[in-house]
Structures are given as C-alpha cells and as structure tokens.
Ligand binder design. Structure first.
Ligand code: IPM
Ligand code: MG
Length: 362
C-alpha cells in the first residue's frame, strides 16, 4: 500500500522526533511491503520564518490532499523568541488552532498508559500504580474557550479581557458518540468531566452526554467535576477508562495524565474528524530548551505514527508492530533522559529511533 503522509516537522525538538518516527514508518514499510510518500508542510514558527504567517491556506490545502498528517511540535520560548513579538493571531500556536478548525479535527484522542517497565519514572507511590493503568482522554478540540469570541479592551479606564466558552448540542453529541464508540472497544466505562456546578456549558454537556449514553447500554457513564478529576488522576488513576471532556479541561488533564505515566515524552495523540483523515502528534510541546541536543524522547511521536497507521490506514498489524517494538526497547533497558532510572542504558533521540527500528518485525 502507498501511504500518502503529510509531515509537519515544526519547531524546537519537532524536526528531531519526527525524523525518528519517519525512520520507523519506513522500516514498517520495508517489513510489511508498504511505501511512504511524504509531503513536507510548514507550520508554526518554521512557517512564520518563511511565509510570515504560522499556516498558509495553501498548506491547509496540501494537508487536505494527504491521507494523514504526522506532526512534531510547534512554538518557541515565549520570553526570547521573536515569534512572540507578533500579535497573537500570527504566533506559532495560531497555526495549530487554524489547522484543527480548518480540517474539523474535533476529536482528540490521548492515550495515557503506564508501561510496566516505566514504573520507576512514575512520580506516584507504588501502591497507587500497582497493576498499571490505561486510560484514553477524549478531548473536544474545535470548540469551547479556544474558539470562542475574545476581546481585550478598556472599560471605564480599566483594561478588561474576555474569552467566551460556547458549546452547542451538536458539538457535544459528536464527541460524546466518539467517546462511547471507543469505550465499547475498551473497558466500557466513560467518565464525562465537566464543571456543571458552575458553568452553563457544562450543564448542557452533561445533559447531551446522558442522552448519547442511552444508545450505549453496555457502557457505564459516570459524571465527574473537573477539580475532582484532577485529584482522582493522582489518587487513583486505575479507575479511568475513557475520560470525555471539553477542550480546555482536556488540555489540562491530558498533561497531568501524561506526567503520571512517567513523562510527557511518552504520550501520543490523534486528532480526528468524521473521515479517515487525522493529524497525529505527540502531546508534549516543542521543548526549545533541549532542541537540537539530540536528547529528546521520540517515543510519543513514534506511538503517534502507530495511531496513524491504525486509524487512518486501518493497518492494525503494522501499528501493533510499532507498539511491540517500543515495549521491547523499554524491556531491554533503553531510556532517554526524561524516563531514565537507575541501572538503565541512557540513549539519545536517534539511537532510540534505531533501537525501535531494529525491533520491528512481523
Ligand atoms: C496541546 C497544546 C496546544 C493546546 C497549544 C500548543 C495551543 O498545549 O496540544 O495540548 O493548548 O491545545
Ligand atoms: Mg496542552
């Protein structure tokens, strides 16, 4: 099969980690008889440097022509990078928001799994992590605070800023359906997270999710307030199967969930629309402080490539092969700095990619 993949290497550690994921995809192609055809796309700071804007309409069109897009990360150090002298709508992050909206990528899947081999890197006590955990965060990605009206203006001589959080029932219903569909393939539990004791948008969220739940009698639905969820994630992460939540809560909770798995460098993500198309990226940022040093963990990007094979190309065996190779490399004791623990072998970004490639087999 010929895989038509768009590639956004992006900023910071992006180019390094995406290079490793491409290496792994090429190896999978070699072993399973596929060829990867890559189209390089510019987004974020890399696009500002060339085009003056973080994402051009031509790039959106080029992305649409691909079957899926693999992305590294975008953004720089806000304190020092000239990109942050620009107005907010021209900064790197605006490119990411634009592509999410333009391609209607409303469903963001962020799996947080505690690998047995990485228990040493997990900051939680052993009695909490006993038996591991495996949850899927389903974050709504094209609505809420990220895309509501916003304004900063002076009112009666006082600078005042406003961001608005809007959801309509259709937006809630489509992400809820995705959440329940995914739960059906997992342990059949959905925890819907909101702030219904305060927010109208959350009260509507809760009502619509309960309606959708009626079509999935096998799935247990639980509602949880977001502050409680933040606490439960460190107190008892095993209780979660699918966490279904709106954009901003999902942003925050997914970083927290990733940290309890040991490192954000392990967390893959897929952003999907109603078609087979998806944008696949590690959940972590561009980490400008370690960019170019060859020490970043490429595993989240490599696991994102596995999600791409699974969701956009229906290549489950090939995705399994990548996931198996990642587990194997961890069992064999190799670690990048962020997940390093005593007695293990420390390796850099490229070496980690090579070690994973060596373990790709039928
Ligand atoms: C993420 C990131 C982005 C977000 C930023 C870079 C705009 O934190 O994908 O979680 O907030 O969605
Ligand atoms: Mg985030």
């Amino acid at each position: 099969m010929k895989l038509n993949i768009g590639v956004i290497k992006g900023d910071g550690i992006g180019p390094e980690i995406v290079t490793e994921a491409m290496k792994v995809l090429d190896k999978v192609g070699e072993v399973y008889g596929h060829s990867c055809d890559y189209t390089q796309l510019l987004m974020g700071g890399a696009s500002i440097d060339v085009n003056g804007v973080p994402l051009t309409d031509e790039t959106v069109e080029a992305a649409q022509k691909c079957s899926a897009v693999l992305m590294g990360s975008i953004g720089g150090d806000a304190a020092t990078s000239p990109w942050y002298q620009l107005e907010p709508s021209k900064r790197p992050e605006a490119g990411l928001l634009k592509i999410r909206k333009a391609l209607n990528l409303f469903a963001n899947l962020r799996p947080a799994v505690l690998y047995d081999e990485l228990k040493g890197a997990c900051p939680l006590k052993e009695e909490i992590t006993e038996g591991g955990f495996d949850m899927m965060i389903m974050r709504e990605l094209t609505g809420g605070l990220y895309f509501g009206e916003r304004e900063t203006k002076e009112i009666d001589g006082v600078m005042t800023a406003c961001d608005s959080l809007t959801y309509n029932e259709d937006e809630i219903r489509r992400i809820a359906k995705r959440g329940f569909d995914i739960a059906m393939k997992r342990r059949k539990k959905v925890t819907s997270v909101d702030k219904a004791n305060v927010l109208d948008s959350s009260r509507l969220w809760r009502k619509v999710v309960a309606e959708v739940a009626k079509d999935y009698p096998e799935v247990t639905l639980e509602n949880m307030l977001v502050d409680n969820c933040a606490m439960q994630l460190v107190k008892d992460p095993k209780q979660f199967d699918v966490i279904l939540t709106e954009n901003m809560f999902g942003d925050i909770l997914s970083d927290e969930a990733s940290m309890v798995t040991g490192s954000i460098g392990m967390l893959a993500s897929a952003s999907l629309n109603e078609t087979k198309f998806g944008l696949y990226e590690p959940s972590g940022g561009s980490a400008p402080d370690i960019a170019g040093k060859g020490i970043a963990n490429p595993i989240a990007t490599i696991l994102s490539a596995a999600m791409m094979l699974r969701f956009s190309f229906d290549l489950d065996k090939e995705a399994d092969a990548i996931e198996r190779a990642v587990s194997k490399v961890l069992t064999d004791g190799y670690r990048t700095g962020d997940i390093m623990s005593e007695g293990k072998s420390k390796v850099g970004t490229a070496q980690m990619g090579d070690l994973i490639c060596e373990r790709i087999c039928q």
